[in-house]
Design a protein around this ligand. Structure first.
Ligand code: PA5
Length: 483
């Protein structure tokens, strides 16, 4: 098993590098780190929050579930050429992220390099999208398996997709054929999907109680589709377990989650309310999407744990290097200095490409010829970081008119299941630590739940009539304001 690591590099947020106005001093960092144990204790003195933290922190140690999943994969593999995940939010983003990070780019298209089924994750209900997929898959349904994932089993998007697929499979294959092609992943005890799977005798994988959607990627939620597609889930969990040891270190100066949380918390309170995550690796791009949900739903809260109105929450932004250098970096450097940047940088790529020779008519391109593409990619990361760390252009003698921006980097020795497991766990625990510093509950999502209820109301669910009226009067299109 590879022992490659991820590490958090934080020199370029320090006041010594970027100045006192936008940097954090060692003293300020120490103050936050000193505060953290007490804040964590306060959070953990609430039994419900303690249980929720413990529940997701147990997942990397649950090797029994991983074994059950591998047995199921062995059973299903020969009759599955397409695996379709139906889920949304925490029931989809981890699956997408693991796939992009750990499978070859052409996985779904190139049958030769494909290990396991093609994977499709539907985390939206656009009828054009799903309809077009169903047209494509129609003559391949025999060897297609649907993994319906919903913690509470009532989310309108996932359940509607399930009801479409259920009808399709029942019509085409009858009851037994339908059951053979559905794997449900839902709460271990309760919820509508649990009831359906019991009633219809569907194969059911369990989401442990108290593990919330966005903290569930290392449960059956993320592990099943990953294992079906050949991801080494043992290494993924081992990475998370090894990170668990690092983020449990009581010396917070050596604890990457504590340092990460302290820096993020400090900057939120010092005018940087936007957190940009910018991977310089295509494989890591959807982990930034996964992080975006984790950060936003966990940390965006109206009230603290005592019920005081606080309206807290850093806004997570996803950018991709180098693509977004040509889209966002102009704003990042010259716009408001209100962001903390977290770059993801990879030292060793699985493979590399050499840039070809320069055409004779373009000797000015000679400097690129023969260089590795990974060298160009990592040079561009450094170039962007430099642009953000510098307040004047090279050689300029004018007074600086720009300011310096704080930049963190998560360094991956390489991208593999072991390092991705470390990354996932580091950011989950960082999220809990930041929430402790803010004094908020990171495990609920009342605004999301309100949206779910409003959807029930608009779709005519009994008992929601009054809410439906309120929504309709508020959202009715008023022609006077249409231009
Ligand atoms: O993190 C969360 O709890 C949410 O984003 C949920 O994952 C999302 O709303 C889907 O919920 P469910 O899995 O119950 O369908």
């Amino acid at each position: 098993m590879s022992q490659s690591q991820i590490n958090l590099y934080y020199k370029n947020v320090m006041a010594d590098v970027i100045g006192a106005e936008h940097g954090i001093t060692k003293k300020q960092l120490d103050e936050q780190l000193e505060k953290l144990p007490e804040k964590l204790q306060e959070m953990r003195s609430n039994p419900e929050l303690k249980m929720k933290e413990e529940a997701y922190r147990k997942l990397p140690h649950d090797t029994e579930t991983a074994k059950q999943i591998k047995d199921l994969v062995a059973e299903l593999k020969s009759r599955c050429e397409n695996l379709v995940v139906l889920g949304i939010g925490g029931s989809a983003l981890g699956n997408i992220a693991l796939q992009t990070a750990l499978k070859p780019y052409m996985h779904n298209i190139d049958d030769k390099s494909r290990i396991g089924p093609r994977l499709f994750v539907f985390d939206n209900i656009d009828p054009n999208q799903l309809g077009s997929f169903l047209d494509w898959v129609d003559d391949k349904l025999d060897k297609t398996i649907f993994n319906v994932i919903s913690k509470l089993g009532q989310t309108a998007e996932t359940i509607s997709q399930f009801m479409i697929i259920r009808q399709l499979l029942l019509r085409k294959f009858g009851l037994e054929g339908y059951k053979d092609r559905i794997i449900v992943t839902t709460d271990v005890k309760e919820g509508t999907l649990r009831t359906i799977s019991k009633e219809e005798n569907l194969h059911c994988l369990e989401i442990p109680q108290c593990v919330g959607g966005r903290f569930s990627v290392l449960s059956a939620v993320g592990l099943f589709s990953a294992a079906m597609c050949g991801v080494d889930i043992d290494s993924l969990l081992k990475g998370a377990r090894d990170m668990d040891a690092r983020v449990s270190c009581e010396d917070f100066n050596k604890n990457p989650a504590a340092i990460n949380a302290a820096i993020n918390y400090h900057y939120y309170n010092h005018g940087k309310k936007i957190s940009v995550m910018m991977p310089y690796s295509y494989a890591l791009k959807d982990l930034a999407d996964w992080y975006r949900q984790l950060w936003a739903e966990s940390l965006g809260k109206a009230e603290d744990r005592e019920g005081n109105e606080v309206h807290i929450g850093p806004t997570p932004v996803k950018a991709l290097g180098t693509t977004d250098q040509h889209s966002q970096v102009q704003l990042y450097r010259e716009g408001p200095n209100d962001k903390l940047f977290t770059f993801l940088q990879v030292s060793n790529f699985d493979r590399d490409l050499k840039i070809g020779p320069a055409p004779d008519c373009a000797p000015e391109l000679e400097f690129l010829a023969g260089k590795d593409l990974s060298t160009l990619l990592n040079s561009e990361k450094k170039a962007t970081e430099y642009a953000l760390l510098q307040n004047k252009d090279p050689g300029s003698t004018e007074q600086p008119y720009l300011t310096k921006h704080p930049c963190l980097t998560v360094l991956f020795d390489e991208v593999n299941a072991y390092t991705v497991g470390q990354f996932i766990y580091l950011f989950e625990v960082t999220t809990s630590f930041v929430a402790a510093l803010f004094g908020i509950n990171p495990y609920d999502q009342p605004a999301v739940e309100l949206g779910k209820k409003a959807t029930f109301a608009l779709m005519g669910r009994p008992g929601y009539g009054k809410l439906a009226q309120q929504i309709k009067s508020l959202t009715k299109i008023d022609g006077d304001f249409l231009v």
